[in-house]
Design a protein around this ligand. Structure first.
Ligand code: HEM
Length: 746
């Protein structure tokens, strides 16, 4: 077979990896393998000879009217005209990846009969989409917002979706308020301002008048609202679901994802700058990590409450504005997920994926959580506007298990069912409902009684206890960030009614906190307590609780800042050492091109080293840490360059680890002038000085560098080990708490 027909036959590439990837390959075209001649065709398969020039009635000058009869041009333009579909009404901007999920053992069979949660021999394919909520598809990644964390498990019993967020609670208790909170947070209707953020009158107006949103508003204004990476976020199912075991016993459950790398955030100044410097920061980070083999990983945990204990808590366990404190309901870690494959094409996978809270499998069920009940309607409904009624048939959405029923027709139906019956019962017994004993979904029998009325439960009326609990649980640095985050946003509200109302409301959370915020934003500074702070706290709500037990620099981006005349042997040793710790290194020089080490003449391109980026093109914001190696000329060149000096000051302001060796130390000390820092001063000494996350040394022993990285620790005195330890800590908050970052211009 040859030509176009042959090419079509060869269009489907080999099946690889998980069952879902194999399933997607059925629709994947790899042009490399498509055909020897890679024939360009129309949508209906006819070879095209010219895709550049519209058919014209040409005169002797080669111009003339374009002819409508050109079916090839018409098809090209007409397909282009219809490329856009509606973006998601919320969570429009996102990035996604494929991966796998496994449970460690069958421990959860006490609670559920779901194979995906109890069968350790299974590897379940997953597709995860991370997103921001407020902004449009084209908005920036690093804005302050909730992050979506939606997981589709392609299980043997059908698709199960956990459509969660990076924050364990939500703004509202009842789904009927969802259009209000989203209208309030989205750009204002008059001028469509602002994009990608909640710093405006309407959002703060709404949350000031809707006290149930207080707890969530604090979470979003905390570091949780500006994650360093999707890979460094917790994930939560948020709503209360149920599990049912093989004996028919029912439990309430909350789902958790805990990231292997810990929970880390950007600093607000950094997030804002990245919004302009690299609006795709998070999606590129996800791709880079997977492409370099640093596969993002999360543990999966459940909190479980037996059905009989539903009413034994001071809060209502069906209220999505409340956490279940782990001291009361311990978290049980039962499995893990790894993301190991980027998408092949954004639109058919990331854009067309459609999650639904109503996608559950036997052994998992819903609760009467009034937010969840509304969500179960909303997702299915909205996919029809976005993707059409046959959206479940799209390759990324279809299950990997057999799927068969009497649903028919509708726009864009792909399936052809070879059966003359499309109803049940039918004489051929096609499409038989399956008894529960054989795997049919079982609606757990639940006694229901009550009065039909619009109401909220009594415990749903209490809104501040857990907001105070959250505030009390933050470390001093986290609390400072929260105060600054909320103050930034209220400062963007220019209607005094809005920021006065909100600062008054904050007095219900904590008197001192309300005073701090009100003073900064010009709100109502309270004189007396509205409520006493109950003083309760928990370590589990602070991000620091999730620091990896063994310090790691895996996937951290380390910049090596150089000018001409740097010490090449040292840079090579550092790069090898950081690579051994699974970090990536980036040489930042005056230009992206050759930079000349000590002893190599300017212009000796052959012996120059290619810099990955230049000072101006990639700022410190894109990296986790920076090292300045030895080399007299390099240090002098850096000191003369304002952008290079700013690089280090900015890294200091953002509390990042800074390392310097030999003459590099002099550059940091004299040019960057970091306040309050102590340095190694003796160029001939191997003694490492670690001060406020700035690690300096006069001399390093090259041969020890590689071994050094593998023992990242505070007690080890090697330069690489000490520096890697500071990187592993994510940031040096002491710098900020001791007021040093306030003293440096960045
Ligand atoms: C617990 C609170 C909620 C959480 C955790 C949550 C989470 C999410 C996530 C992660 C997405 C993005 C899914 C994706 O990546 O494609 C999403 C989209 C969406 N959510 Fe929610 N949501 C919540 C509440 C609600 C409520 C109460 C409603 C409506 C009553 C709602 C309606 C929607 C809609 C319409 C979309 C767009 C779906 C699409 O077009 O694919 N959400 N939500």
């Amino acid at each position: 077979m040859s030509g176009v027909a042959g090419a079509v036959k060869q269009a489907y590439t080999a099946v690889t990896q998980s069952q879902k990837i194999a399933d997607l390959q059925r629709n994947t075209v790899d042009p490399e393998k498509f055909a020897k001649d890679r024939t360009f065709t129309t949508d209906f398969g006819v070879a095209v000879s010219n895709t550049d020039d519209w058919l014209k009635a040409a005169n002797s000058y080669g111009t003339g009217p374009s002819l409508l009869e050109d079916h090839i041009a018409r098809e090209k333009i007409h397909r282009f005209d219809h490329e856009r579909i509606p973006e998601r009404v919320v969570h429009a901007r996102g990035a996604a990846a494929h991966g796998v999920f496994k449970v460690y053992d069958d421990k959860a069979s006490k609670y559920t009969s779901a194979g995906v949660l109890t069968d350790p021999s299974r590897t379940t394919p997953v597709f995860v989409r991370f997103s921001t909520v407020q902004g449009s598809r084209g908005s920036a990644d690093t804005v302050r917002d909730v992050r979506g964390f939606a997981t589709k498990f392609y299980t043997e019993e059908g698709n199960w979706d956990i459509v969660g967020n990076d924050i364990p609670i939500f703004f509202i208790q009842d789904a009927i308020k969802f259009p209000d909170i989203i209208h309030a947070v989205k750009p204002e209707p008059k001028n469509e301002v602002p994009q990608g953020q909640s710093a405006h009158n309407n959002f703060w107006d709404f949350v000031g008048l809707q006290p149930e949103a207080t707890h969530m508003a604090l979470w979003v204004m905390s570091d949780r609202g500006i994650p360093r990476s999707f890979r460094m976020m917790q994930g939560f199912g948020v709503n209360t679901y149920t599990l049912v075991n093989a004996s028919g016993e029912r439990f309430f459950v909350k789902f958790h994802w805990i990231p292997e790398l810990g929970v880390h955030s950007l600093m607000w100044d950094e997030a804002m700058k990245l919004g302009g410097q690299d609006p795709d920061f998070h999606r590129k980070d996800l791709e880079e990590a997977i492409n370099t083999g640093a596969y993002p990983k999360w543990q999966f945990g459940i909190q479980v409450i037996p059905e009989a204990d539903e009413h034994n808590f001071e809060f209502d366990i069906l209220d999505a504005t409340k956490v279940w404190p782990e001291e009361l309901v311990p978290l049980q870690v039962i499995g893990e997920m790894e993301l190991n494959r980027t998408v092949d094409e954004y639109f058919p996978e990331t854009e067309q994926v459609a999650f639904c809270t109503s996608h559950i499998v036997p052994g998992i069920g819903f609760s009467d959580d009034p937010l969840l009940q509304g969500r179960n309607f909303s997702y299915q409904d909205t996919q029809i506007t976005r993707l059409g009624v046959n959206w479940e048939e799209l390759p990324i959405n279809r299950p990997v298990c057999p799927m068969l029923n009497t649903h028919r027709d509708g726009a864009m139906r792909h399936r052809i069912v070879d059966s003359n019956v499309n109803y049940w019962p039918n004489r051929k017994e096609h499409f038989r409902p399956v008894p529960v004993a054989h795997g049919g979904y079982n609606e757990h029998p639940q006694k229901v009684q009550g009065v039909k009325e619009r109401m909220r439960g009594k415990k749903f009326q209490e809104h501040f206890n857990q907001a105070t609990f959250f505030l009390n649980s933050l470390t001093p640095a986290e609390r400072l960030h929260l105060t600054n985050g909320i103050s930034f946003e209220l400062s963007h509200c220019d209607d005094p009614v809005v920021y006065e109302t909100y600062t008054r409301l904050l007095n219900n959370v904590d008197f001192d906190f309300a005073k701090d915020v009100a003073t900064i934003v010009g709100g109502i500074v309270p004189k007396t307590h509205a409520r006493e702070n109950h003083g309760k706290s928990t370590p589990t709500l602070s991000q620091t609780y999730y620091h990896p037990k063994v310090p790691t620099i895996k996937s951290r981006r380390i910049a090596i800042l150089v000018g001409d005349g740097f010490d090449l042997a040292q840079v090579q040793a550092l790069r090898a050492a950081f690579k051994a710790g699974s970090a990536t290194t980036w040489l930042i020089g005056p230009n992206r091109g050759p930079v000349y080490p000590e002893g190599v003449a300017q212009g000796d391109v052959k012996n120059g080293v290619l810099a990955d980026h230049q000072y101006e093109g990639q700022r410190s914001t894109a990296f986790d840490a920076v090292v300045i190696p030895a080399g007299m000329k390099s240090a002098q060149a850096l000191a003369r360059n304002g952008r290079a000096v700013h690089w280090v000051r900015e890294a200091f302001g953002h509390c990042k680890a800074i390392g310097a060796i030999g003459e590099g130390v002099a550059f940091v000390r004299e040019a960057a002038q970091l306040p309050g820092v102590e340095y190694a001063t003796n160029l001939d000494s191997h003694d490492v000085v670690s001060s406020y996350g700035v690690v300096t040394v006069g001399k390093v022993n090259l041969s020890s560098i590689a071994a050094d990285v593998l023992k990242i620790s505070q007690s080890d005195k090697g330069f690489v080990s000490s520096f890697a330890y500071e990187v592993s800590q994510h940031r040096c908050w002491a710098r900020e708490l001791d007021g040093l970052t306030d003293k440096v211009a960045y």
